[in-house]
Design a binder for this molecule. Sequence first.
Ligand SMILES: NC(=O)C1=CN([C@@H]2O[C@H](COP(=O)(O)OP(=O)(O)OC[C@H]3O[C@@H](n4cnc5c(N)ncnc54)[C@H](OP(=O)(O)O)[C@@H]3O)[C@@H](O)[C@H]2O)C=CC1
Ligand SMILES: O=C(O)C1=N[C@H](C(=O)O)C[C@H](O)C1
Length: 250
Amino acid sequence: MSKLRVAVLGAKGRIGAEAVKAVEAAEDLELVAALGRGDKLETLAETGAQVAVELTTPASVMGNLDFCVRHGIHAVVGTTGWTDDRLAQLKGWLAQSPETGVLIAPNFSIGAVLTMKFAQIAAPYFESVEVVELHHPNKVDAPSGTATRTAQLIAEARRAAGSPAAPDATVTALDGARGADVDGVPVHAVRLRGLLAHQEVLLGGEGETLTVRHDSLHHSSFMPGILLGVRRVVTTPGLTFGLENFLDLS
Ligand SMILES: NC(=O)C1=CN([C@@H]2O[C@H](COP(=O)(O)OP(=O)(O)OC[C@H]3O[C@@H](n4cnc5c(N)ncnc54)[C@H](OP(=O)(O)O)[C@@H]3O)[C@@H](O)[C@H]2O)C=CC1
Ligand SMILES: O=C(O)C1=N[C@H](C(=O)O)C[C@H](O)C1
C-alpha cells in the first residue's frame, strides 16, 4: 500500500520539529516537505502532499490553510488563535472544496482531551468552576487554546443543565486578578520557565473541591494525536473541531 504523503508547516518550531520526527518514524507515512517561515507554500503542491500538519503561529495559520484548502490538501491543525470569525472563514473555504478535510485540535494529547471531557461532565455538579493553565514562557498567546476550549465546554454543560452563575462577591479587583472571562468561566494563565503545558480545572461545592489536572511533560505527548489526525482526516471531509471526534470516548 502506498504511503500517505505528509508535510509539516512550522517544522523548525518546538512541536513542529517533534512532528517531523514522528512522521518520519511512521511506516505508513512519508514526509514530503518540512517548511519553515519564508519557505514557499507551492512546495506542498509540487511534492504532492496529501496532508499538511499546521504547527505555526496564530498570525500564519489562516494563510497556510487558505492555500491548503484551495489545493485540496487536507490539514491537521494544532495552531491556536481560533475565533468564531476565523472558523466561519475556514468553513467558507471548505464549502468551495467539499472533499477536503481539516482537523483543528486545541490539544493533541489524550490526557488533555480527557481533562476536557471530565471537566464537562463534572461542571454542572459544582457551584464554582475556574480554569488555570500553566505554560512555558515562550508561548505567544493567552489563555491557551486548550483552556479556552475547556471553558467553552464547561459553559455549554452548565447552560444545558441550567446551572446558575458561580458565586463571586468581588467588588474591587486589579485588572486581570480574576482571570479572563471565557463564556462566563474565569481562566487564569501562568507563564513559568521550566513548564511545558499544564492545566487544572478547579471545581468547588459545599464542603468539597475536585481538581482535574493534566501535565504534558514533553512534546512527544502530542504525537499519537497528530498521527491519528493525519490518518483520519483524509477520509473526513469538512471541518472537525477537537481530537475527541476521532476517539471513541463514550
Ligand atoms: N494542539 C496542540 O496539541 C498543540 C498546539 N501547539 C500550538 O502550536 C503552535 C506552535 O507552537 P510552538 O511549536 O511552541 O511554537 P514555535 O514558535 O516554537 O514554532 C512555530 C514555528 O512556526 C514557524 N512559522 C511561523 N510562520 C510560519 C509560516 N508562515 N510557515 C511556516 N512556518 C512558520 C516559526 O518560525 P519563526 O521562529 O521564524 O517565527 C516557528 O519555527 C502554537 O499555536 C501552539 O499553541 C503547541 C503544542 C501542542
Ligand atoms: O503553546 C503550547 O505549548 C501549547 N499550545 C496549545 C494550547 O494553547 O492549548 C496546546 C498545549 O497547551 C501546548
